[in-house]
Design a protein around this ligand. Structure first.
Ligand code: 3NM
Length: 217
């Protein structure tokens, strides 16, 4: 796996764009995919979508991602990831157990796991088949209601120190442009964001700035 894809990893579902209709949401995601992100995670949590609507939406966005050569990662749902031929699957600690995920798809698609602290980082070291780790929340976030206590930069450093296998890592949680120098310094391979891009009035400018910050460090 080329870990460069973690550099500007955008996560979103239609719930993150409450002012847009579904077609407008799809257009916005396509625009963001075209503006320089390195991966997109389909994290759809809109309770008004039926199973079929969610699957159809995933399929359309998956096609768009393929056209634009943006890696398409599905959050949480292994069956959906397989059904839409995703490039990857990302699971949290409370989703399907990582060993089950690996057993189903390792070698066929990228496997990502969230770790929230040093203990989870240590545990992840002994699971074969994980391609990258999401570490967070680093900072306070209002985007994920059940997010754990923020690690802060010190907690991030402690957690990364326990990454004995040096698996690729991506930081998540409350990340703004101002945080990029410190996060780059921490040794993570990239940043995963929702609101930095979902709330940006001009996504291209923000993504260009993300690139610039990471490149010049
Ligand atoms: N997962 P924002 S924090 C989806 O800690 C997600 O695992 C997190 O959104 C975790 O960039 C988070 O707006 C929300 O803070 C990230």
């Amino acid at each position: 796996m080329n870990k460069e894809f973690l550099q500007r990893y955008f996560v979103a579902g239609s719930q993150n764009f409450p002012d847009l209709t579904l077609p407008e949401y799809e257009e916005r995601i396509a625009l963001i995919m075209q503006s320089g992100i390195t991966a997109y995670q389909f994290r759809e949590k809109n309770p008004t979508l039926s199973f079929d609507e969610k699957q159809a939406l995933a399929m359309r966005l998956r096609e768009k991602a393929r056209e634009l050569a943006v890696p398409f990662i599905v959050d949480d749902d292994v069956a959906l990831a397989i059904a839409v031929e995703a490039d990857g699957i990302h699971v949290g600690q409370d989703d399907m157990p990582i060993t089950d995920v690996v057993a189903q798809v390792a070698g066929q698609m990228i496997v990502g796991l969230s770790v929230r602290n040093k203990a989870e980082m240590v545990a992840a070291q002994s699971v074969m088949g994980i391609d990258y780790l999401g570490v967070g929340p680093v900072f306070a976030t209002t985007t994920k209601a059940d997010a754990a206590t923020p690690l802060g930069l010190d907690g991030l450093a402690t957690t990364l120190n326990a990454n004995a296998k040096q698996l690729p890592t991506v930081a998540i949680g409350g990340i703004t442009l101002e945080d990029l120098p410190a996060l780059h310094q921490s040794g993570v391979d990239g940043v995963s964001v929702i609101s930095l891009l979902s709330e940006a009035p001009d996504v291209r400018t923000v993504i260009d700035e993300m690139k610039e910050q990471w490149r010049t460090l």
